[in-house]
Design a protein around this ligand. Sequence first.
Ligand code: ATP
Ligand code: MG
Length: 573
Amino acid sequence: MIKNSKSAIYNPQLALEGSQKATNFIREIIDEDLRTNKYDGRVYTRFPPEPNGYLHIGHAKSICLNFGIARDYNGLCNLRFDDTNPTKEEVEYVESIKEDVRWLGFDWNDREYYASDYFDQLYEYAIQLIKKGEAYVCDLSADEVREYRGTLTEPGKESPYRNRSDEENLELFERMKNGEFPDGSRTLRAKIDMSHPNMNMRDPVMYRILHASHHRTGDKWCIYPTYDWAHGQSDSIEGITHSICTLEFADHRLLYDWFLDELEIYHPQQIEFARLELSYTVMSKRKLLQLVEEDYVKGWDDPRMPTISGLRRRGYTPEAIRYFADRIGVAKRENMIDVALLEDSLREDLNKRSPRVMAVLRPLKVVIDNYPDDKIEELDALNNPENPNMGSRKIPFSKVIYIEQDDFREVPPPKYFRLSPGNEVRLRYAYIIKCVDVVKDKKSGEVIELHCTYDPETKSGSSQSQRKVKGTIHWVSAAHAVNAEARLYDRLFMIEDPSGDNWRDFINPNSLVVLTTCKLEPSLATAKPQDRFQFERLGYFCVDYDSTPKRFLFNRTVTLRDTWTKIEKAAKS
Ligand code: ATP
Ligand code: MG
């Protein structure tokens, strides 16, 4: 199903102008609760992932929100694994989730909880409801339960097992727990109202029979609570004050309230916000799993994935992700955020702190004919013109260098200020050179080498270097170059909203371009995995985890082109 047109236009200026607190309706609710002393001044949130996949940028929004509120109000935030579904959950996911939350810069201290910690308590609660005549064992199959449920316009039908005695219900429920019945043969259901306008209130299932091993409780249980039965009670047991969740749970709130009221236990307040949706991205864990399993990407942490581990491998910083979360704020209605805003948040962070270096991705050899054969000059280069504290470094210059293939045109188009036959260009931090000859491959006609002359009077930074030319290009000294492979990543989807059923049709076949003959300036020889750089004129790059001194691997994190600013300017004008 294609969703209705959702605007991808979002104005970050609006988010920046109002401080985040002022624009966040959740913080307003908390301020009011503190004013009325609703929870004795406590602010207690939780982040409740289901360990059935890796966390994505949407989860990051929820993490920043929940942990951010706890931090700003001197409260607490629990990490709670909602592990009620033994068949889809794995320890691998638990570990990755913990790593990702920590990497984002948040700490749950010793408050690592699991819904499965509460299985005994939830069982006791269920017995309480049975004794009150509020829950019953139902022998309808899953299909029949669905059939009896009715529709949004028609009331449901009562189960023929609805009026069993409390004694019979207690006995059957215990036998369910003891493993006497096969999977799916019976359920425990809340006895509410089969004609309730809210479908969630039509005798929802609380327990199902499932003879499956659980990653924490092993084979102790063969009945498992549903998410609806476990979630609100878990919040209550932990003393959560503000149970923040995404909009799809708004319809469940009535049911959660009903359970808490019938059990007469502590009552947290549920607040719903709109889930993050990003353009050119799929976010459901089911689809992300399919991307991995069907080999569209190389794993959960493939740099094209919107997972936190993928973004990390791509070179994203936790600061950039937190900044992005601040900028988008919290909304009550669904909206789609332009992925360019995420990229822009990253650029803003990297621009200030990543060192500039020179790297040539698609090398073209240049021989400077009038430069002495074995002369090597050490030239001064700034590490970051935006940040003088980052100092400078020396880069070697010599007779043979590499430039970018794209920085030479045999027949230059109009306004091409780079190198072409007979034309001059400045080499960054070095000299002005002039192209005097072009060597081509005899068979293919491809340009394979240039011959240039340099003007010794034009050394950068020297007092005589007054002469100006229009173009400046980057280069690397051939004798000193470090060989590397670069992986240029692009968006994984070709359309803004790939949420329809045919989403696979829109996967970008060119989302990864691998360049294996890159040449880097020698200062990069000591770079370690996760180190980030700006390759001058090319973009931000980081060293991949799999990089070794023998095979240097760089991921392009993001291009320099600031499409977002352009969009913003266009929106303003
Ligand atoms: P998916 O739909 O991708 O499977 P989920 O909601 O089932 O995700 P959970 O592990 O249950 O995944 O999510 C943990 C927490 O993260 C929940 O509180 C959920 O509301 C929140 N969350 C999940 N996706 C998003 C999103 N896109 N934006 C904001 N919060 C999200
Ligand atoms: Mg969920």
